[in-house]
Design a binder for this molecule. Structure first.
Ligand code: GAL
Length: 364
């Protein structure tokens, strides 16, 4: 089962690499790209290979940068902060002109980025904001508050909360405390849902309603499952759970496993949200185990970041569209926010298959 999952992910990632290479208008080899960029080194530091999206992000970035002629150093840090720090240090030593970082812990990179700054490297924060340093130059991400809002609104609509329906039993599972995105995901969703909790239309039997209480370290699926197992056996032996806000797809899968062991089955699951439209989750949506996910097209994010790199290398200011939302504790980091979209059974074909993000056969 696990092997099947991993194989499916590998096939999808290989497909994306090929697609990204084609999309760049040439092969993914550096020799076919713009000769202006020949010999310019760009580092790409991704947090982990253990989640599908980061494999796609890394593969997209590498292919698009190579197609532009850059010399790319792509590294994955397996969710170990020390590994990410030493990989970035290496990129600085090798003379990378720009380093793109998807941080594991946004608060742990200040000293290595000081080294990068001193060496004249520019740093782009990728998807997650790097905190507490002035050595981060730009940020490219999706509207993270919007992600949470889409999840909250989905629950609001599917339960008929605006129409006054309820009370419904509701629980929350979010991500790690060291990922700044989680602050936005949580706030976006709770701004929609809190009024219904206050009115008693949503009832949280566990009483766990803060970001700290609902956190999942490292976005770890098994930890999300364990926490939901405990909640179900403690608070739901005599009651049905109607909705679970899950901040992303890995936590959503953990919650689904806990629910299945407690006797819930496809078609009779609570409303369950997610984020990333990872393959196992899209399958779960098609099978009626997960209600929705938030689709963040990693191809579009990679395109935007490559544009930023090009501008930096050309000595120009990269395009940004938000200069107020993302204060990292030291400065507001100029950001480019892309728009996330909800995906469920009704639109997954159009969004994910017709757009070439996945092939129909990936979902078999
Ligand atoms: C977040 C990211 C999400 C999700 C999660 C787990 O920072 O924005 O898309 O992938 O991490 O990796």
């Amino acid at each position: 089962m696990q092997l099947k999952k991993i194989l499916a992910v590998c096939v999808a990632v290989m497909f994306l690499v090929v697609m990204a290479g084609c999309g760049g208008g040439g092969s993914s080899s550096s020799s076919s790209g713009s000769s202006d960029h020949k010999g310019i080194k760009v580092g790409v530091s991704m947090p982990t290979k253990s989640l599908q999206r980061w494999n796609q992000d890394g593969a997209n970035m590498e292919a698009k940068l190579k197609a532009e002629g850059y010399d790319v150093d792509l590294q994955f840090a397996e969710n170990k902060i020390e590994t990410q720090v030493s990989q970035i240090e290496n990129m600085v030593t090798k003379g990378c002109k720009v380093i793109v970082v998807g941080a594991i812990d946004g608060g742990s990179l200040s000293s290595v980025l000081d080294e990068a700054k001193a060496a004249g490297c520019k740093v782009i924060s990728y998807d997650r904001l790097i905190m507490n340093t002035d050595a981060v130059n730009y940020y490219a991400t999706f509207d993270n508050y919007g992600v949470g809002k889409i999840q909250g609104q989905y629950i609001e609509e599917k339960l008929g909360l605006k129409e006054g329906k309820g009370p419904y039993n509701f629980e929350i599972t979010t991500g790690p405390l060291d990922d700044n995105n989680v602050v936005f995901f949580f706030k976006g969703a709770m701004d929609v849902l809190q009024p219904y909790i206050d009115k008693g239309q949503l009832v949280i039997r566990s009483g766990q309603n803060t970001r700290e209480q609902c956190a999942t370290p490292n976005w770890d699926e098994a930890k999300a499952q364990e926490r939901m197992d405990n909640i179900l056996t403690t608070y739901y032996t005599d009651a049905k759970l109607d909705a679970v806000l899950c901040s992303n797809d890995s936590t959503s899968l953990g919650v689904q496993s806990a629910l299945k062991s407690a006797g819930y089955s496809a078609g009779h699951m609570p409303i369950i949200t997610g984020q990333d439209a990872n393959l196992p989750n899209v399958k779960a949506i098609v099978n009626g185990e997960q209600s929705m996910s938030v689709f963040k097209d990693t191809r579009a994010l990679a395109d935007q970041v490559v544009k930023m790199v090009d501008a930096i290398v050309a000595g120009q200011e990269p395009e940004v569209n938000d200069t107020s939302s993302y204060n990292n504790g030291v400065k507001v980091v100029p950001s480019y926010l892309l728009q996330p979209q909800f995906v469920d059974k009704s639109n997954y074909k159009k969004l994910l298959i017709d757009s070439g993000y996945y092939k129909e056969s990936d979902l078999q």
